[in-house]
Design a protein around this ligand. Structure first.
Ligand code: 4NP
Length: 154
């Protein structure tokens, strides 16, 4: 399965989501691929925000090699799940998605709290990286729990 995490800048939330999920899938020997992108091109080519790098490092997760990129239309074809961090990212994706790909798009927090459309708040200006980390950690556990049985069936 191929999963794309999407936020606004691709420097705070989605790089963390990518790193956390990659770490869990490698621990569980799952043959999944994870990437991340931003709905904006504002930070194209940049490393994740130093605050995201640090909170990941405190949890033995390395994300400093990641580089920001903008979401592109081809991503709808290439990924099986496209997971938005908040309502703005979600609405953007839904607006530009060709009809046949609409069902690939969801909000990541819906795996933890189904149907509630809760958000991972943007920590760029006001902080809250520990809160964001904890939300993503729990949401990634819930995501794996939802798909793991399917994946393990021979
Ligand atoms: P992210 O956070 O979407 O989680 O990467 C942001 C990063 C940069 C900006 C806003 C949010 N910005 O305004 O540059």
């Amino acid at each position: 399965m191929k999963i794309l995490m999407v936020c606004l800048g691709n420097i705070c939330r989605s790089p963390l989501a990518q790193g956390i999920l990659e770490s869990k899938i490698s621990q569980k020997n799952l043959n999944w691929e994870v990437d991340s992108s931003g709905t904006s091109a504002w930070h194209e080519g940049e490393q994740p925000d130093s605050r995201s790098i640090e909170i990941a490092r405190e949890n033995q997760i390395k994300i400093s090699h990641q580089r920001a990129r903008q979401f592109k239309l081809k991503d709808f074809e290439q990924f099986d799940l496209i997971l938005a961090m908040d309502t703005e990212n979600y609405n953007y994706l839904i607006q530009i998605a060709p009809n046949q790909y609409l069902q690939k798009v969801n909000m990541i927090m819906n795996f933890l709290y189904p149907g509630e459309n809760q958000v991972v708040p943007d920590p760029y200006y006001n902080g809250g990286f520990q809160f964001v980390y904890d939300l993503l950690d729990k949401a990634c556990d819930a995501l794996i729990a939802e798909y793991i049985t399917e994946t393990k069936v021979p």
